[in-house]
Design a protein around this ligand. Structure first.
Ligand code: 4AD
Ligand code: MG
Length: 440
């Protein structure tokens, strides 16, 4: 068989075809293989070294016996650092004691890149891990979250695609605030001011008049000064917008989507869930239709009075005994965005629906029926002391072919955090942006 140094001398594309993925080793028991990857762990005694290799598809232990290998291989197996890059050549054996049940009995091992001693060891502080996030994103902890999130969003997309939704691209540079001026990021845009998008919604509202069901999956930026485990200044929202959907239809879609995602992830990725101590059964038990709790009812439960706001602490109290996600609906119009339609049954309130998750997570989705009439929208803007001229094009949508419509936003990081029981939302995105973190 080919030797490692020959393989390493060959072009990458030719040597690639000879490399076995760690996840495929089970099909090669008793056979000789080449694997390559980063050193995940290493330990050695006088005559035996274990180099544990990670290649992105899995982790395998490579056993190097001093008596079976050249001096060079023995030296390399002993001198590697964590995260050095190695190539190994050996025979695959089934071994119950090995991390994933398979082991490579090495014939050769070559350090391709040794580098420096890796700065991340055990039990590092959260702050330190954020400082070295560029190195920490390769950790199993983060990689598995990223895998989970990618699969989650694939499911979400295919759910909506299956219903006839079209994915669209909203702009990230916008000319006015959509979710309140206090959390908007201002950027210089040639000789003008622009704002980073807080939501795709207003643009999606324009697009549904050409194609009635659309969604965007895009970043939202919020200058949130809050340092909480549920706020980021940059997060990714999935935002469906639906023509001819009223408040109730929109809520049904929100609930169906969440239930579907819980069930799909539990069925398809139980192993990933278990790595984060989430019992897949918890997610299989999520079952709609979810309770709809009005703001008024929530106030009674909390012993608060009209006008008091329901923040995270209140959400936590409301959700303490509740096992299922719950809609909080019909909050006072003064407390909600200008684009939310007035609730005819109680005109002090709007047709808004926040979906609260159990387990202290709070709001994970937020939606509403939108104002469809020009005059009502003008009134709502005035009430909120917003300038008509800043919403010129948005108002104009109510002049031509305006229809009842609704939509919502699902915070992908909040959903991940809940499903994976992550301590903080920062672990649900590779490079979290918060008030005091812009680096790396
Ligand atoms: O409730 P929000 O602000 O609603 C909107 O932006 C609407 N325009 C959405 C729509 O109707 N199309 O945000 C929606 C969701 C929240 O429920 C939450 O999950 C997430 O986005 N979110 C945040 N996630 C992380 N960090 C923050 N600072 C977030 N703010 C909102
Ligand atoms: Mg909200």
């Amino acid at each position: 068989m080919l030797k490692l140094d020959e393989l390493l001398k060959d072009t990458l594309s030719r040597s690639e075809s000879r490399i076995t993925k760690i996840s495929d080793l089970r099909d090669h028991v008793g056979k000789e293989v080449f694997v390559r990857g980063w050193v995940h762990r290493q330990r050695a005694s006088t005559n035996l070294a274990f180099v544990i290799i990670r290649d992105g598809t899995g982790i395998v232990q490579c056993a190097v016996k001093k008596d079976d290998v050249t001096e060079k291989t023995w030296k390399d197996a002993n001198d590697v650092f964590l995260e050095s890059v190695v190539y190994a050549h050996g025979t695959v054996a089934k071994d119950e004691r090995a991390p994933d049940g398979y082991e490579i009995r090495a014939k050769e091992l070559v350090t391709y890149f040794r580098g420096d001693a890796f700065p991340i060891g055990k039990d590092q502080s959260t702050e330190f891990l954020l400082d070295v996030r560029h190195l920490w994103v390769r950790s199993q902890h983060i990689v598995n979250v990223l895998r989970f999130k990618a699969y989650l969003m694939q499911e979400a997309r295919s759910f909506l695609d299956g219903m006839g939704f079209l994915e669209v691209q909203p702009p990230m540079f916008t000319s006015s605030a959509a979710e309140g001026g206090s959390t908007v990021f201002e950027v210089k845009y040639f000789d003008k001011k622009a704002y980073l998008s807080q939501t795709a919604q207003l643009y999606s509202e324009a697009m549904i008049e050409g194609y009635p069901l659309v969604y965007a999956f895009a970043p939202s930026f919020r200058a949130e000064p809050s340092r909480t485990p549920r706020h980021l200044t940059e997060f990714w929202q999935l935002e469906p917008e639906e023509a001819f959907f009223d408040f109730e239809m929109n809520m049904r879609l929100m609930g169906d989507l969440v239930e579907h995602l819980c069930h799909q992830m539990a069925k398809k990725h139980p192993e990933l869930l278990k790595k984060y101590n989430r019992d897949p059964k918890d997610l299989l038990a999520i079952k709609g239709p979810f309770e709809k709790m009005t703001y008024e009812k929530a106030l009674k439960e909390l012993g608060l009075k009209w006008g008091d706001s329901i923040g995270l602490d209140e959400e936590k109290t409301l959700m303490k005994e509740r096992k299922q996600p719950t809609f909080l609906v019909n909050q006072p119009k003064e407390m909600r965005a200008f684009y939310m339609k007035i609730n005819q049954k109680d005109p002090r309130t709007v047709l808004d629906s926040d979906l609260l998750a159990p387990e202290g997570i709070g709001e994970i989705l937020g939606g509403s029926e939108r104002v469809e009439s020009y005059d009502e929208l003008v009134r709502r803007l005035k009430e909120q002391k917003l300038k008509e001229k800043d919403y010129r094009w948005y108002l104009e949508l109510r002049k031509y072919g305006s229809v009842p419509h609704s939509g919502f936003g699902m915070g992908s990081e909040r959903l991940c955090r809940w499903m994976l029981k992550l301590e903080t939302i920062r672990d649900a995105i590779p490079f979290p942006r918060t008030m005091n973190r812009l680096e790396p």
